[in-house]
Design a protein around this ligand. Structure first.
Ligand SMILES: [Zn+2]
Ligand SMILES: [Zn+2]
Length: 184
């Protein structure tokens, strides 16, 4: 009889709140600039071990534009290790602060939507642009390239679906147009 292969735990201990604690009992928590915990990931599972803060940052942002991690760090997002059992008490679904998560909302532009290129294999670092709302998520293949707020038209088709726009950074020139419109 062959014993089933079982992956051994790393055996790593980390001191948390003065107590040496096995990594398998801990999670990495991300706290937003307002003080609310906004994200969590297990520190060790059967498939991976995240023993350092640098690795934890990479884990949280692995599908995102690499610039997003740096921007969130500069905005004051922080990570810490804490007991898995604290998740209910710590993780906020709704942040009660103003602005939400301590980050001013991205300005929009009337009649436009922040949208990502809609295609397969869009690069992780492709920017969001302000696209005329009626050109977003359209199924019309014959429609012309839309006029973005910044004047660049890098793609024909655009999507504003949350799962397509998440993890992406806004085009700085579109952002300037929107910011100017807000303060005008
Ligand atoms: Zn908050
Ligand atoms: Zn743009």
């Amino acid at each position: 009889m062959t014993p089933a292969a079982t992956k051994q735990a790393s055996g790593l201990f980390v001191t948390v709140n003065g107590e040496p604690t096995p990594l398998t009992d801990l999670s990495w928590y991300q706290t937003a600039p307002c003080g609310c915990t906004c994200a969590v990931t297990l520190a060790e599972t059967e498939w991976y071990v995240i023993a350092t803060e640098a690795d934890a940052w990479r884990r949280f942002y692995e599908d995102d534009d690499p610039s997003l991690m740096k921007r969130d760090q500069e905005r004051g997002y922080v990570l810490d290790l804490d007991a898995i059992s604290k998740v209910k008490e710590r993780l906020q679904v709704r942040c009660p602060h103003e602005p939400k998560w301590g980050v001013p909302p991205t300005p929009g532009l009337e009649g436009f939507a922040w949208a990502a290129p809609s295609a397969l294999n869009v690069r992780r670092n492709a920017r969001l642009h302000l696209i005329p709302a009626d050109s977003v998520d359209t199924q019309d293949w014959r429609a012309p390239y839309p006029d973005t707020a910044c004047g660049e038209s890098p793609r024909k088709r655009w999507t504003a679906q949350r799962w397509d726009t998440a993890g992406r950074i806004e085009c700085s020139r579109c952002l300037r147009v929107a910011t100017a419109a807000v303060s005008a």
